[in-house]
Design a protein around this ligand. Sequence first.
Ligand code: GLN
Length: 250
Amino acid sequence: MCRHQLYLGPPVSLTQLLVEPPYGLYRQSWAPRDMRGGGTVNVDGFGVGWYTPTGPVRYRRAAPIWADPGLVELGRATTADAVLAAVRSATPGMPFGETACAPFTDGRWLFSHNGVVAGWPDSVAALAAVLPVTDLLTLDAPTDSALLWALLRHRLRSGTDPGTAITDTVTGVLAAAPASRLNLLLTDGERAWASAVGHSLSVLAGPERLIIASEPSDDDPAWHPVADRRLVVADRHTYTVEDLCGSTSS
Ligand code: GLN
């Protein structure tokens, strides 16, 4: 299943962040170390979103990340202090193409999903029906991940706290489709929220930076695995891990 990564910290080049680490997202596209629940490689496109003074910018492509020379050139020349990136392993039956690749965005938000909605699409048809028709007609792609983003964005637009919005989205989808895998990752460029439901997730905090990733990008012993059914709430300096019902557990 896809791999994703969030960085908050001092400005870093996209190459330093994604390509150079020994087990970074670049390498995770062909040699991930902790894939669970199907899939072996992440070659069905990729996306990188980073923050500029005017807001987030995205670069998404349908090709494997290693097959895109533009990423290497862009990555050397682009630095950012907040980055969300993902490499995709398309779930069988889902369409292929750059619009199906994370990150999805709206305003200052960047979002990624690692996992699958079980029983797609029938299992979540009733949940989708609460969305404005325009939201459904303008999904990035007809995929489970794009629908999850529309469901979460709907809650964010109504003013719901992001952690609560993620928790409510996850619990709603799990009630309708219990076997789903729902590692969601959301940032506004200053804070981040990440759920671990059915897939691996790790956090590296300090010095002066915070990384949340599907799997560690190096062998630094400071990486902490996140237990299943947890929500990570982070900013540039610190993070907490809560259960998905809201009580802080570490
Ligand atoms: N189901 C999503 C998709 O097809 C995410 C895939 C994944 O995590 N492997 O894009």
